[in-house]
Write a protein that binds this ligand. Sequence first.
Ligand code: FRU
Length: 505
Amino acid sequence: MKCINFSAIFYLFITQFISTNVTAQASPERYRPQIHFTPKDGWMNDPNGMVYYNYQFHLYYQYYPNSSVWGPMHWGHATSKDLIHWQRQPIALYPDSLGFIFSGSVVVDSNNTSGFKKNGKTPFVAIFTYHDMQNEKAGRNDYQSQGVAYSLDEGMTWTKYDKNPVLKNPGIKDFRDPKVSWFEPQKKWIMTLATFDRISFYSSPDLKNWTKESDFGKDVGVHGAAWECPDLFPINYNGEKIWVLLVSINPGGPNGGSGTQYFTGRFDGKNFSSDQKDVRWLDYGTDDYAGVTWPAVDNRKIFIGWMSNWQYGKLVPTNKWRSSMTIARDLGIDKIGDKYLLTSQPVSELNKINDKEIVEENIVAPDYDFTKKMGKLTGPVKINFTTDKIQTFSVTLSNDRGEKMVIGYNKEANYFYADRSASGNTSFEKEFANFHYAPRLTPAQDLNFTMISDNTSIEFFADKGLTVMTEIFFPDKPYDKIVLHSTKDFVIKKLSAAKLKGIWK
Ligand code: FRU
């Protein structure tokens, strides 16, 4: 009879155990967000071409499939029925002899103004920037121009227009990121384009012939780097139509590196005008850049941004793929004094992935440990709480290695903050561990605060989204504890929290 060698079995078991656990820890997959869109591999930056058709949201994005750092830009593609669950789709646009495919937009040309319709198929038209690397290297300044492509199968496959570019470069180095929308009162297309230190508006009857209408912004807002990725849209506020212009800038963001400012005002089909004197940021965190919106769906203006920052985007320790998108957000307007301010809130569809919700009312607990009620965190979590009287507080996500990500509010100084100084691996970039501030923009006593965390990100929406911060982090071990610290007189009127179910199968 064969003798069983227990020590060999034990040895095998131990080595197997160690190797799976070490692999799990060292694998870049442990940083993979569970409820945010990421490419399977390769490099991703700006969201592009967001469009909704046939109950389907499309998200295209700046993509380089062959490496996890930026390279010759393609448009990646994903679709969703609910803005939460995403299906990765084949690459939509490849670079060609006219250049890389930089950021841009997609419209559904229902009236066939472009003439691209064939066999009764409504065309999707993509308007994007061609970036000609060779001309850039040759020292020319006209290497960015606008091209179009069309799709007759609802955005899955694309044909480039054979007379590209449709908008040639007039001699401006930074001439990019066309965001096109239909302006119904004058039945024409409007292109909002970043042209170095301003935004230029063009119009067109057919998406092929473009006429310059006006410029905005040379003397307002934050400058110092080229303006990028604009978006122009109206939002209704109590029956008033407020036009919002988003403008991204890098560097120059409120907490270093990339950031997105906005202006509120009026648009008449030719000029955008604004009385705004102050600088306003869509998101005060470091990791929400180049975001733009879907055309209004059921009167909702939905936004998504690139959840990273050019200052360290290519250095973050995910290696196999780089970057994710923010959670999709509903934009709104709130009036504070005489200012119309933009608000962002996570889309309500997020509730679909709640995994059991805990709800508590009227509690005073200076150190409220969510994990006592919900069990240890195993991934994403969402928290919302309200109070009638805001006080100093913080929310800390942590693990047993002493790594922590802290967000909160300092009443004396009246600012919100995000502190990732002890969040885990911060060594890949010297400013990554900095402390980040955001102003409170309302004098109200009460507060409504929502926070969503994923494996490597936190997004919070204070005062119903008047102050927003989005930040990424890379703990050596996932955070499994979450505690709300506050003063003894902090009364939470209502608190709800839920773990969130991952969106990837
Ligand atoms: C913004 C941006 C755009 C450009 C794209 C290139 O992040 O610089 O202006 O079109 O990225 O990938």
